[in-house]
Design a protein around this ligand. Structure first.
Ligand code: PLP
Length: 376
């Protein structure tokens, strides 16, 4: 045993222009150094109610069951699929990238049957294909889809997908991890039954929380399940004993109080700005990125009509090596961009402009860094 190497860890200051996490506003960072408080303290209980109220506005919903799960976005995905499926149920999952595939894996691990509606990586989900699949599978109970597919930079029309799912009497689960706060999302108007997100993307908060919202239809199913949810930690019936004021606020798990403080602060910043204004700021940053790429002779990898403003799939320019290029951005410029995944590995970089990074200053730092990589 030795006690060498006891210096604190101070990470380098990176500009995080990848698929998340993104940089945090100083106010969000400051919230992380406030005093510790017990997770059952009366003051904390008031805070929980306020945080839930703010999350409802962010999600554009009146759903009573709107709460942050104490784990990252993937836990929100698992919560929705585990609670809304029972073994033997059939779910139809729309897949056009990594996160659709991850939903399928979750369906299978819930011992449910997974039918896929597939589109090419880099294309949105075709609503007609969903309708055809629903017609072929009248036994299906649930549809899952990703609003903003972070692996490809493509947005799908979840409002239309939801209305089709409902015509066939299916509930819809929507992955809004990368969309919440960065583009239009209206849970109630679009009649989305279960939606999960993540704290570290367009909300500009620390990684580690998954805001989730469930409507009455989803809750009705969960409360009347014939067998318990096959996850103790993510069982909504148990979680509501802690998060819902009409219950006794009994101990379920120790809530990560500081990350919740940070999320609360991030919501304040977002609501102060106004949701619509934040969506427009992300769109404006995307247009600035396009102008910068034009100046470098670089191109987007997906069609204009389905591009996400907050996650840009950019073709790696000819003559530039994928890993070397990203390493130089990181080492020489302290800028992180994301690698391509799956079939897009080695072909694209994923440039995130999320939360506080959706601004002119990000583009002004990225443009000269990209230019320095170009051959000639
Ligand atoms: C990041 C992401 C997730 C997973 O979130 P984690 O916080 O990494 O668990 C799920 N879906 C989409 C679309 C994402 O971008």
């Amino acid at each position: 045993m030795h006690n060498q190497g006891l210096s604190s860890y101070h990470p380098p200051e990176r500009l995080l222009l990848g698929p998340g996490p993104t940089n945090m506003d100083a106010r969000v960072l400051a919230a992380l150094s406030r005093p510790v408080i017990g997770h059952l303290d009366p003051s904390f209980q008031e805070f929980m109610e306020d945080l839930k109220t703010k999350l409802r506005v962010v999600f554009q919903t009146n759903n009573a069951m709107t709460l942050p799960i104490s784990a990252p976005g993937s836990a929100g995905m698992e919560l929705c699929l585990r609670n809304l499926l029972s073994p033997g149920d059939t779910a139809i999952i729309c897949v056009n990238g990594v996160f659709g595939q991850r939903m399928c894996e979750n369906v299978r691990r819930a011992d449910a049957v997974c039918i896929t509606v597939e589109d090419d990586w880099g294309r949105p989900i075709d609503p007609q294909k969903l309708e055809d699949t629903l017609r072929k599978h009248p036994e299906a109970r649930l549809v899952g889809c990703v609003h903003a597919e972070t692996s490809t930079g493509v947005g799908s029309d979840v409002r239309t997908l939801a209305s089709i799912a409902h015509q066939y009497d299916c509930m819809i689960v929507v992955d809004a991890v990368t969309s919440l706060g960065g583009m239009e999302l209206r849970v109630d108007d679009w009649e989305l039954d279960a939606v999960y997100s993540g704290s570290q993307k367009c909300l500009g908060c620390t990684p580690g929380l998954s805001p989730v919202t469930l409507n009455e239809r989803a809750l009705h199913y969960i409360r009347n399940r014939s067998e318990p949810v096959r996850s103790w930690f993510l069982d909504v019936n148990l979680l509501s004993g802690y998060w819902q004021p009409d219950q006794r606020r009994s101990y379920h798990h120790t809530a990560p109080v500081h990350t919740l403080f940070a999320l609360h602060e991030a919501c304040i910043l977002l609501l102060n700005e106004g949701l619509e204004n934040a969506w427009e700021r992300h769109a404006a940053a995307h247009r600035m990125l396009k102008a910068a790429l034009d100046r470098c002779g670089m191109e987007f990898a997906v069609a204009a009509e389905c591009r996400l403003p907050q996650l840009n799939a950019v073709r790696i320019p000819d003559g530039v090596n994928d890993a070397e290029g990203r390493a130089r951005l990181l080492q020489d410029f302290n800028i992180e961009v994301g690698a391509g995944l799956g079939v897009l590995a080695g072909k694209i970089w994923r440039v995130g402009l999320m939360g506080p990074n959706a601004c002119r200053a990000s583009i002004d730092r990225l443009l000269p860094a990209l230019q320095s990589l170009l051959p000639g």
